[in-house]
Design a protein around this ligand. Structure first.
Ligand code: ZN
Length: 230
């Protein structure tokens, strides 16, 4: 979808860029401006991303940093955190209550956007019994998410012989998300990286479902926790 991203879509993307993990980190070689990164993540032109960022700036949700990068203001951050929390609660509504698969839930949650009021979201969360995470492992509470970011790393960073347990799945690419589920690469799965240095194009992991070969993009979208050493 190249057109029609809402203010909330932009805030969500800037949020992930502000708390980078895996696919949201800057590539090692080039450091493009944040506007370019936002455009890339949302698959829109730099011009339309630039236009929207100006609008967010005018609304006091975004401010420019030292290098003209877009930063969330306190009110921008507040709203972005609401957006991601809402998305995760709706996903749980879709899986737990409506029987959708986890991969479907992400797509439908995006479609629903801001259909529900804040009060409705609070009530849904209560009825669901205050789930800790969305179906893809992302903590409902953004404070917890941000703290946990430091404990996780993409599978692609483990290095050959590295072990870990999948905690979260990147959900920003619907097709990739479905691929993860088709191959049993889901939260709670133990993995051992057999082949693939951090900048490799291909990775091979061993799981309880056998060996899997992953493209770099897939390996960068699985966030794992290394075992705690005794
Ligand atoms: Zn999710």
């Amino acid at each position: 979808m190249a057109q029609g991203h809402s203010v909330d879509d932009y805030l969500e993307t800037i949020y992930f860029l502000a708390f980078p993990i895996g696919e949201y980190r800057l590539p090692d070689t080039s450091v493009p401006t944040l506007a370019a990164r936002v455009a890339e993540m949302l698959n829109v032109s730099r011009a339309s991303a630039g236009e929207m960022l100006k609008r967010l700036e005018a609304e006091g949700l975004v401010e420019r940093g030292e290098h003209k990068e877009a930063l969330l203001t306190p009110s921008g951050l507040d709203r972005a955190e609401k957006v991601v929390r809402r998305h995760r609660i709706i996903e749980r509504l879709l899986t737990d209550f409506m029987g959708y698969t986890p991969a479907e839930s992400h797509v439908h949650a995006d479609e629903l956007g801001d259909t529900f009021s804040d009060d409705m979201i609070d009530r849904i969360e209560e009825r669901l019994g205050y789930p800790e995470r969305c179906p893809h492992g992302w903590p409902i509470h953004t404070e917890r998410e941000q703290a946990e970011n430091l404990e996780l790393e993409p599978l692609s960073d483990l290095g050959p012989g590295g072990r870990g347990t999948i905690v979260r799945l990147a959900e920003h690419d619907g097709e990739l998300l479905e691929w993860f589920y088709d191959h049993g690469l889901v939260p709670g799965t133990a993995v051992e990286l057999l082949r693939g240095a951090p900048d490799a194009a291909q990775f091979v992991v061993s799981t309880e479902h056998g060996e899997k070969t992953l493209a770099a993009r897939a390996a960068g979208g699985l966030f794992v926790r290394r075992p705690v050493s005794a």
